[in-house]
Ligand binder design. Structure first.
Ligand SMILES: [Zn+2]
Length: 319
């Protein structure tokens, strides 16, 4: 994270355009916002994942194109999946060429301008906390359940990063031994290098894995949802097991963060049956006297990446 200098602060007041850049494993999107976060425009391009200089050039070209369209330079916030340490070093499975590189330094050099960067799941939480589904709440946990399971925690519209920027990584907490035993499931290896992380069971691929484990020929979650609505035995068994795991994982984050509201995004959040019954499943894993706060769907959904990155930049400029 890089704080603004007085010079950039003055410039910000004159220019008032902020770009949010959302880097994903397949595409990079740029969103243009006014300083009061009104959406102006957005477009996207493919992510070069294997060639680092091509990757940096692609981001630089997106930003230069935005400058050209706006007729002036905008301020830049960037979000991307993976671990970004406090010095700006990146470790990302989705963008392998960026691993071990310092994107902040390299982009600052290429643009001759200071940018800010954050983890995409943390920025999702920030976007939902500022003007999103959690806007009226003091403390907001934003959880993305999609290709992975991660999130971020905000208080008063500001991200709580923790000492190293990892606060919110609840998907890599170990699953409950009680649940592994109850469903007689194997302990799965996780992409993070640990074993038995919640992410392996509660992410979209985790749901597909459970469906397959209980006898489906496919891991396709759309197929699962269709069969669940037909009351198919395998789909119903999968749903009950999955919701128990997801409920337990959210109970862990309720006990860790005690948020006023949980906002959910990602592919799994599009399944009504999951969102509608999740609060009850979380409560089954909380001891007496503790209850789960409301769980709602994200307001900005897929556009929260660019929006969160723009908010991050705006907040750092204002500090
Ligand atoms: Zn893990």
């Amino acid at each position: 994270m890089h704080l603004a200098t007085n010079d950039t602060d003055t410039l910000f007041k004159q220019q008032q355009i902020i770009y949010g850049v959302d880097i994903g494993g397949t595409k990079i999107e740029i969103g243009l916002f006014s300083s009061d976060l009104k959406f102006i425009d957005s477009w996207r391009t493919l992510t070069p994942t294997d060639n680092y200089s091509e990757f940096i050039n692609t981001i630089v070209n997106l930003i230069k194109e935005a400058d050209r369209r706006c007729g002036k330079k905008g301020f830049v916030g960037i979000g991307m999946p993976g671990i970004i340490d406090k010095d700006g070093l990146v470790k990302s499975a989705n963008v392998p060429c960026a691993t071990g590189r310092n994107i902040v330094e390299d982009l600052n050099k290429a643009l001759e301008f200071e940018i800010s960067i954050g983890n995409d799941c943390r920025l999702f939480a920030l976007s939902e906390s500022v003007g999103g589904a959690g806007d009226l709440y003091k403390s907001v946990y934003g959880a993305i359940i999609g290709t992975g399971a991660a999130g971020g925690f905000c208080i008063d519209g500001k991200l709580h990063n923790g000492r190293s920027g990892f606060a919110g990584e609840y998907g890599h907490l170990p699953v409950s031994a009680y649940l592994i035993n109850k469903y007689n499931l194997p302990i799965l290896d996780c992409g993070c290098g640990l074993k038995g992380c919640y992410e392996s069971y509660v992410s979209g691929p985790g749901l597909g894995w459970i469906y397959n484990y209980y006898g489906s020929q496919t891991t396709d979650t759309k197929h699962f949802v269709r069969k669940l609505r037909e009351d198919d035995r395998i789909a119903v068994t999968t749903f009950n097991c999955y919701m128990d795991f997801l409920g337990a994982s959210f109970a862990s984050l309720v006990l860790s963060y005690d948020p006023d509201i949980i906002v959910m995004g990602g592919g799994v959040s599009k399944i009504d049956e999951v969102v509608d019954s999740l609060q009850a499943h979380v409560n089954k894993h909380l001891f007496s006297g503790v209850d789960c706060p409301p769980i709602v769907r994200a307001k900005y959904g897929d556009s929260s990446g660019v929006r969160g990155a723009a908010i991050l930049r705006k907040q750092l400029l204002e500090n």
